[in-house]
Design a protein around this ligand. Structure first.
Ligand SMILES: Cc1ncc(COP(=O)(O)O)c(C=O)c1O
Length: 492
């Protein structure tokens, strides 16, 4: 490199780098030690606790204008943030649906930020690793290598991207150029009434309107009713709509029900529909030897959304969308941009990864998945999925054996829906009792569970997507639910 003849040394220039790296080294070492202790002792702490008011007030502080030494900044985080987590890394967190993270993934997130690459694309190792993780996801669910895919923020974005491609392929016009108003016959998408709400957001965002997403009833098994689906498609065709896509659930968010994916694949082929699978919960069951039969048919989908931040326990955020027709996928998002051209060699050689989704800048999500998969191997993750499903059935058995409790939906995988019985109480009072039990479990720090309403019936819900849970934790949960039920009834 040439030295340029000017007087740059006289200009006072700043950087975010420290003047003395040994200062940050001390804080970083402390942070790693603290982090390891934090994870090692997680079981000893409450699952959740309310942030004290004086702590909450610290989050209202004005914008900092002058510097604070890093050790002090770190100390403040240790006091105000670390003791009050959501709790989803705790062995007794079973609310809503999320993974429980892992140390290797956290280390990877740190390294990814240090290495700093932007995964919009470019010719560098992080981009190649991103492609490799997408390829591994294909392999996990039995998709061909020719499939395209993208690591995204999570399941919601993975589903949205798939629905965009489905719309564009089935529209019959160039929707990207002419918009949805040019579609001759309004498109219709189909899914069971147990579908996750992100699909509604997606269908609204892509301009089709909530009414274009037909909810097909489910029976007591909470699986899509195929006869009702066939009837809805015939009805819509006769009424001048264009049936475009059917979404199958590989694990519904309410109860974990798995639609008959083989039958839906056949129906979609017969009716010329795009077949998308929301596999955010259950696509990865394909790697679990004792349960993989449950998601047979998944490999026939046109697109799949799956969520490594659930059953691969990657720290948030990472989801993955896979699309069988790679050309259709790219054609939905690729834009020629004068400022992001490709070159035959150098940093801009190769595919731009941002051509497969909505983001331009993308984080290095692949590293946390890659490092944990390398360390443990996919067979371990398969066993952990089987373990959670076995724990779900174990809990189902405990509840069924307890006279004061009642299972309210069939347990298929790792989600258990139940309620505390409330003899003599009306529905509203029974709901209040169950919600009170749920809140006390959370406030006592014993366990975090959530609730839902299925086919009009309120219930408590335990989703065991957690590599730290042991059966003894589930024993404790049942004991505490019964104890709290008695305590609340006694206080009435
Ligand atoms: C079946 C299903 N689909 C989609 C989603 C949305 O995924 P994410 O929260 O990763 O956006 C979830 C989340 O739990 C889910 O359970």
């Amino acid at each position: 490199m040439q030295t340029l003849p000017h007087r740059s040394a006289e200009v006072a220039e700043e950087t975010l780098d420290p003047g003395d790296w040994s200062d940050v080294q001390a804080v970083a070492r402390q942070a790693v030690d603290d982090a390891i202790g934090y994870l090692r002792d997680v079981r000893e702490r409450p699952v959740w606790r309310k942030i004290p008011d004086e702590m909450a007030r610290t989050f209202k502080a004005p914008l900092p204008r002058s510097p604070t030494p890093l050790p002090e900044v770190y100390r403040e985080v240790g006091e105000t943030v670390m003791p009050f987590p959501m709790g989803n890394i705790h062995p007794r967190f079973w609310a809503w649906y999320m993974g429980s993270s892992n140390f290797t993934g956290a280390l990877a997130d740190f390294l990814a930020a240090i290495q700093g690459s932007n995964l919009g694309g470019g010719n560098h190792a992080a981009a190649r690793m991103d492609e490799q993780v997408v390829n591994w996801c294909k392999e996990m669910i039995g998709f061909p290598a020719s499939t395209s895919g993208s690591l995204v923020s999570g399941g919601s974005m993975a589903n949205t991207i798939a629905l965009i491609v489905a719309r564009n392929v089935k529209a019959g016009v160039d929707v990207r150029e002419r918009g949805i108003a040019a579609i001759a016959r309004p498109l219709r998408f189909y899914a069971s009434d147990q579908l996750h709400s992100c699909h509604r957001k997606a269908i609204e965002a892509i301009g089709l309107g909530n009414g274009a997403l037909r909810r097909i009833p489910t029976g007591d098994d909470l699986r899509l009713d195929l006869a009702a689906l066939g009837a809805a498609i015939a009805h819509d065709r006769a009424a001048g709509f264009q049936p475009a896509c059917v979404i199958g659930n590989a694990g519904t968010v309410n109860s974990g029900a798995i639609d008959d994916l083989q039958a839906i694949a056949e129906l979609a082929a017969r009716e010329d529909l795009w077949f998308h699978v929301d596999g955010c919960i259950g696509a990865l069951i394909a790697v679990a030897p004792a349960n993989r039969h449950r998601v047979r048919g998944l490999e026939r989908a046109d697109s799949v959304a799956l969520d490594p931040h659930k059953w691969l326990h990657a720290p948030f955020e990472v989801g993955c969308v896979l699309v069988r027709d790679a050309a259709a996928h790219r054609a939905s998002f690729s834009v020629e941009q004068e400022y992001l051209g490709k070159t035959p060699r150098g940093l801009a050689a190769g595919d731009w990864l941002y051509e497969y989704g909505m983001q331009t800048s993308r984080g290095f999500r692949a590293l946390k998945v890659w490092m944990a998969l390398k360390q443990h191997g996919i067979e371990k993750f398969g066993r952990l999925i089987d373990q959670n499903i076995a724990q779900g059935h174990y809990l189902d058995g405990l509840i069924a054996a307890e006279p004061l409790l009642e299972i309210t939906a069939p347990t298929t995988i790792n989600i258990v829906c139940f309620r505390h019985l409330a003899p003599g109480l009306d529905d509203a009072a029974a709901r209040d009792l169950n919600v009170e039990i749920m809140m006390r479990l959370q406030e006592d720090g014993t366990a975090a569970i959530s609730d839902t309403t299925i086919h009009g019936r309120h219930c408590l819900r335990v989703a065991i997507n957690n590599h730290r849970t042991r059966r003894s934790d589930l024993d404790l949960l049942v004991r505490e639910v019964v104890r709290l039920g008695r305590e609340i009834a006694g206080g009435r």
